[in-house]
Design a protein around this ligand. Structure first.
Ligand code: TYD
Length: 205
């Protein structure tokens, strides 16, 4: 089973991950992330820091995804492990369709076509949603904002995410990221247990 966690910067994904670990210990999940699960992630981090060309940045994110699938996701799924990824393809669809707007025609179609036929679609995606002002307030305590972490960008990125959740209601679960962190962790942990249980039922059929 492949579960992904998505949301704009400042929704508290790192806190959620820390909260999930004790709650899901018995399931022994493989925790992973994009970008940066493999060495390709270093190139991505550099591209983000140096604000390179947006097409270059987008293709590096896709390269990172390919390396991540090959090195981590596919081997773990082949062993029937539960994989929980902090960000995944929906980050690309949401963020890069914004950064590539006006740079290439129909960026989202281009991004989705880049994944078609070889990528692995998540079984469930938990989307952390928060008013952009609250996300920015949480981020302001950190120094050195990335170029994604601007109000207009995050506003558009979150709208993209919400649109995907509307189009694929069976895959997406919307999580109120303003709730207390323990409540968020419990809600997502329960949701993941349900996904695992449904997966097992499915296999028995
Ligand atoms: P991440 O490492 O999750 O953020 P943080 O620095 O808070 O730990 O991701 C770094 C940034 O990259 C984040 O702003 C989201 C962005 N991103 C994309 O634009 N496209 C992608 O495909 C991915 C995976 C991340």
């Amino acid at each position: 089973m492949l579960v992904t966690l998505e949301g704009i910067d400042g929704t508290g994904k790192s806190t959620l991950l820390a909260g999930l670990q004790p709650l899901l210990a018995d399931l022994d999940p493989v925790y992973t992330r994009e970008p940066g699960a493999t060495w390709v992630g270093e190139a991505v981090r550099r591209a983000i820091a140096e604000q390179t060309d947006p097409v270059c940045e987008a293709t590096l994110f896709v390269a990172d995804h390919a390396a991540h699938l090959a090195a981590v996701v596919r081997p773990a799924l082949a062993e029937h492990r539960l994989v929980i990824s902090d960000r995944y393809s929906d980050s690309r669809f949401a963020y890069q369709s914004v950064t590539l707007d006006g740079v290439i025609p129909e960026p989202e179609r281009w991004l989705r076509a880049m994944h078609d036929g070889w990528s692995v679609v998540p079984d469930k995606t938990f989307l952390l949603v928060i008013p952009v002002d609250d996300a920015l307030a949480r981020l302001s305590t950190k120094s050195g904002r990335e170029h994604f972490e601007r109000r207009d960008v995050l506003e558009k990125v979150q709208n993209r995410y919400l649109e995907y959740a509307r189009v694929e209601p069976d895959r997406f679960v919307i999580v109120d990221a303003l709730l207390d962190k323990d409540e968020v962790a419990r809600f997502v942990a329960d949701g993941i247990r349900q996904v695992v249980a449904e997966g097992k039922r499915h296999k028995r059929k």
